[in-house]
Write a protein that binds this ligand. Structure first.
Ligand SMILES: [Zn+2]
Length: 159
């Protein structure tokens, strides 16, 4: 039997990667950052209601896009974690390069689809900044979107 969580068997292109247990978020953030640095692609992950973090497979991701492999059912959003549907409570994805204008509107270069995604999660989305040309430091930012293009980033994790 092939263990999906076994690192040797991990295939980031075709499978998701689950982080569970102690410091799941910290470990997921560090993984996503180093993976994104290496590939120069975005990586996207779901916060699960049980505290786990599921990093989605990378297939089709590029410098400015990442795919969220959701299952929408009734009013809820789920991730298919190796055959098990788990409710998603929030999202985080990397931005390999941030160049937005620091003042005043969109310092983390949120895209239109980021705004759409945030609207499914109480207007909130987390962004992992990898590099920037506008002085925004590497870190994880919780972003509240106003719906009219303004964003309010708050640093929640420092690398
Ligand atoms: Zn984005």
């Amino acid at each position: 039997m092939i263990g999906l969580l076994n690192h040797k068997q991990h295939d980031p292109n075709n499978r998701g990667l689950l982080f569970r247990g102690k410091n799941a978020r910290t470990r997921a953030y560090n993984y996503m950052r180093s993976r994104s640095l290496k590939t120069k692609y975005e990586l996207s992950a779901a916060y699960l209601e049980n505290g786990e973090v599921f990093v989605f497979k990378e297939k089709g991701n590029d410098f400015k896009t990442s795919h969220n492999h959701f299952v929408k059912k009734d009013v809820n959003i789920y991730a298919d974690v190796n055959g098990r549907l788990v409710r998603v409570t929030g999202l985080v994805h990397t931005h390999p390069f941030v160049h937005g204008n620091l003042t005043p509107d969109n310092p983390l270069s949120l895209s239109e689809s980021d705004f759409k995604l945030a609207s499914d999660f109480a207007q909130t989305i987390d962004i992992i900044v990898i590099k920037s040309s506008n002085g925004v430091g590497a870190g994880v930012y919780r972003v509240s979107t106003s719906g009219n293009g303004l964003v309010y980033p708050q640093l929640i994790f420092n690398f």
